[in-house]
Design a protein around this ligand. Structure first.
Ligand code: NAD
Length: 479
């Protein structure tokens, strides 16, 4: 596996083929042609990767290193990622059609930052000491949990993978990463760079393959895995939780979303339109946090719609490798068909005011109005560039509409009224609520959702608590 377009598993520090030699193609959704050949792993390959991670955890230096030494390797890895930003960005763009300015300009730097942040966070973390009246005190320690299986989705291939891998490694775990089958190549590149950064063999393993009856399922079934961190579809999350239950393996699940975006009449209209456009059309709508249900207060509804439509129609659709492109193709033919099925639903559920199908696997920035709250377009995660827009009259009505969803990942609101901002932020569902902005993240903050959006939170100490075994040590201070 040395050709520029060949990508192997990374197991025990070596880039290798599958045991049975099987491969699959990664298809570039813009050209709709294969561009890379990838090792296709199955159960035997996944078991081999877990065995390597287990050995590296039980016998190797990684969990026993100090935070400084481990952190230095993680920072070196971040440096290498920044040096190789062009190749990493292009890999994600070719695998999934993400505009290059987003992959190279946003995802790669943020992926490198994930390593820097969690390396420093682990090194600088404090733990509580609890003085007790009884002449004792209790202090907490956080030992690495063991082998973490990280199963990641295709929409932010490198960024989602590093969001899992970085905290797991920083806290001393070893990892088996299984990237999504549609976007495998940047994960192999990450494994290569980890070796170059001096990471010991077996600490970061990458196994490629599908989910059910393949490498993904084998990881979730393996009793030698101590943590499963998964990001993906809510239905897959349910299956993985059932598999994890057999071994009582703790899981962290970041699943789907149907984010509400509420724009009040007193909002700064330019700012609200600008963020609302980015909230739904960034990454061609393939974002769990996408502001896919937009609620606009009636006095500004018409003005908002005309500005929103003008901005949507000004977006540049094209080859995602071109700097000017803002909207690329959807990730795959299968996903295009799924999103198309929702576009086809529009005439029976509402009225399209802009957008529709483009050439190839392209769906144009699409907006739909006159939608009932129980319409499928309003309730189901489309995961494409399709927004439904609904007017409202009162604050109370807006909150009810926004919260009428089985998802609970995030919400947004736009208002210049300070009291309303705090009040409504407290009432809206979601693990994150953005006020007058969107996408801004602090890696110390909890990230995740409730209901169909997931189980648990990651970020800062939330990641520490998931990827470690917290222990209370109770000490007698005087006999
Ligand atoms: P998916 O569930 O189809 O696949 C995700 C990963 O799970 C892939 O690596 C896949 O191979 C693996 N997988 C599938 N079935 C499996 C099984 N039975 N056992 C083990 N592994 C299995 O999701 P996707 O289509 O890649 O991603 C899109 C979904 O991800 C959307 O629903 C989106 O909202 C969600 N997502 C959520 C967040 C978040 O933070 N909440 C972020 C990004 C994406």
């Amino acid at each position: 596996m040395t050709a520029a377009s060949s990508f192997g598993h990374i197991i025990d520090g070596e880039e290798i083929d599958s045991l049975d030699g099987a491969t699959f193609d990664s298809v570039d959704p813009w050209t709709r042609e294969p561009w890379a050949q990838v090792a296709l792993g199955g159960k035997a390959d996944a078991d081999r990767a877990v065995a390597a991670a287990r050995k590296a955890f039980d016998e190797g230096p990684w969990p026993r290193m100090g935070f400084n030494e481990r952190g230095a390797i993680l920072h070196r890895l971040a440096d290498l990622m920044e040096e190789h930003a062009d190749e990493l960005g292009l890999a994600d763009t070719r695998d999934m059609g993400k505009p290059i300015t987003q992959s190279r300009g946003n995802d790669v730097p943020r992926s490198a930052l994930n390593f820097r942040f969690f390396a420093d966070h682990a090194r600088m973390s404090t733990a509580e000491v609890l003085p007790m009246d009884s002449g004792h005190h209790t202090y907490n320690t956080f030992a690495p949990a063991g082998v973490a299986a990280a199963i990641s989705p295709w929409n932010f291939p490198l960024m989602q993978a590093t969001w899992k891998v970085a905290p797991a490694l920083a806290w001393g775990n070893t990892v088996v990463l299984k990237p999504a089958e549609d976007t495998p190549t940047s994960a192999t590149m990450l494994g290569r760079l980890a070796k170059e950064a001096g990471m010991p063999a077996g600490v970061l393993n990458v196994v490629h393959g599908y989910g059910p009856d393949s490498a993904g399922q084998a990881l979730t079934d393996n009793p030698a895995v101590d943590r499963i961190t998964f990001t993906g579809d809510s239905g897959t999350g349910r299956i993985i939780m059932r598999a994890a239950a057999a071994n009582l393996t703790p899981v962290s699940m970041e699943l789907g979303g149907k984010g509400a975006n509420v724009v009040f009449a007193d909002a700064d209209l330019d700012n609200a339109v600008d963020w609302s456009i980015r909230a739904i059309y960034t990454n061609t709508g393939q974002v769990c946090l996408a502001g896919s249900r937009l609620y606009v207060q009636r006095p500004i509804y018409d003005e908002f719609l005309s500005r929103f439509v003008a901005a949507a129609e000004a977006m540049v659709i094209g080859d995602p490798k071109e700097e000017a492109t803002q909207i690329g193709p959807l990730v795959s033919e299968e996903h295009y068909r799924k999103v198309k099925s929702y576009v086809d639903l529009v005439p029976s559920e509402g009225k399209m005011i802009t957008g529709g199908l483009g050439d190839g696997w392209v769906v144009k920035p699409t907006a739909v109005v006159d939608i009932a709250p129980d319409a499928r377009l309003c309730r189901e995660e489309i995961f494409g560039p399709v927004v439904v827009i609904t007017p409202f009259d009162t604050e109370r009505e807006a909150v009810e509409l926004a919260n009428d969803t089985r998802y609970g990942l995030n919400s947004m609101l736009f208002t210049d009224n300070l009291h309303r901002a705090h009040r409504v932020a407290g009432l809206l569902k979601g693990g994150s609520v953005w006020v007058n902005c969107f996408f801004i993240r602090d890696l110390r903050a909890p990230f995740g959702g409730s209901g169909d959006s997931g189980v648990g939170r990651e970020g800062g100490n939330f990641s520490r608590e998931f990827f470690t075994e917290p222990k209370a040590v109770i000490m007698q201070l005087a006999p």
